[in-house]
Design a protein around this ligand. Structure first.
Ligand SMILES: Nc1ncnc2c1ncn2[C@@H]1O[C@H](COP(=O)(O)OP(=O)(O)OP(=O)(O)O)[C@@H](O)[C@H]1O
Ligand SMILES: [Mg+2]
Length: 295
């Protein structure tokens, strides 16, 4: 079970959305992290065979993802998912199952099982237009699993989930990752921090980091500092270094910074988190500084 991307590129007019991305995905959970416009959706659509790359190739065990047969092993939750407001949750799943060519009896059993899995059994007969954002999102996840896919691509699956649903979702994804390739995109750092076996960091169309949480964080390891200083020093430091957190306190300004050496006499080195890395790379919205941390 392996999904291989070889120098996959996509350009929209003069916007290079995905720039020569090469990856090898095996069984497990992959968290695709990036700011708005980084190219996550474009990359995912190409991995799902809905969008053709301008150049490069995507193969699943040697099979091109554009091939019809790939549909049978793919589950996909698009970022903008079209729900039918007047369908009930059960009817919606049965309808999509019929489009996927799943026999009726099997579709019924699978739909009921998935409603149970996504905690929607109690609203199976309710119309989707009465659902909350989180309930719709869970239904979207349910439909992506109808054909028991080997490759599961979820584009921002946790958008609209409350903290409790988020935890349930993480547990579900971890379980699903035991027997398939799961790729999920998000800009919520904690979602991937907990469940991704491999974190993929995308910026301006390029894959700038990939590895385990530990490997990814190494980029700024030993370079995250905390100190409490007077307001003048705080202003100087935040102008010079990337500030991850600034908080006014009774005895001065508390700072969390990325910096190659000790930024102030009282500064203490602290353990870097994935959020630090994310803030560092995406410090100014879409662009981020992207440079190596100051030496
Ligand atoms: N159909 C399109 N036509 C032109 N430009 C597009 C199109 N789709 C995406 N883009 C551009 O390509 C870039 C990547 O977009 P994409 O939707 O893949 O990013 P994303 O990482 O999914 O962002 P978000 O987090 O907001 O969902 C953006 O600059 C976007 O404006
Ligand atoms: Mg997107």
């Amino acid at each position: 079970m392996e999904l291989i991307l070889d120098r996959v590129t996509k350009q929209y007019k003069n916007k290079l959305a995905v720039d020569r991305v090469s990856l090898s995905l095996k069984k497990g959970v992959y968290g695709l992290l990036g700011a708005n416009g980084a190219g996550k959706t474009t990359l995912m659509r190409m991995m799902c065979g809905v969008l053709k790359p301008d150049s490069g190739e995507i193969l699943y065990d040697g099979m091109k993802v554009e091939e019809e047969a790939y549909r049978d092993i793919l589950g996909y939750l698009p970022q903008e998912f079209g729900y039918y407001p007047d369908f009930s949750a059960m009817d919606f799943l049965m309808y999509l199952a019929s489009l996927k060519g799943i026999p009726k009896k099997q579709a019924r059993e699978k739909s009921l099982e998935l409603l149970e899995l996504t905690d929607l059994s109690h609203v199976a007969k309710k119309k989707i237009k009465t659902f909350s954002g989180g309930m719709k999102q869970r239904l979207g996840i349910a439909q992506s699993l109808l054909n028991n896919p080997k490759v599961l691509a979820l584009d921002e699956p946790t958008a609209g989930l409350d903290p409790k649903e988020r935890v349930r979702f993480r547990n579900l994804i971890s379980r699903l990752g035991n027997e398939r390739i799961v790729l999920l995109s998000t800009h919520i750092v904690s979602d991937v921090e907990y469940i991704a076996d491999v974190i993929l960091v995308m910026k301006s169309g390029a894959m700038i980091h990939q590895g385990s949480l530990k490997e990814i964080i190494q980029a700024i390891d030993g370079k995250v500092w905390e100190c409490t200083v007077d307001s003048k020093t705080a202003a100087e430091l935040t102008a010079r270094y990337d500030a991850l957190n600034v908080r006014e306190e009774q005895n001065g300004t508390f700072l969390r910074l990325v910096c190659g050496q000790k930024p102030a006499e009282t500064a203490v080195s602290v353990e870097a988190s994935l959020e630090d890395l994310y803030l560092y790379y995406f410090s100014d919205a879409d662009q981020g500084s992207g440079e190596q941390p100051y030496e």
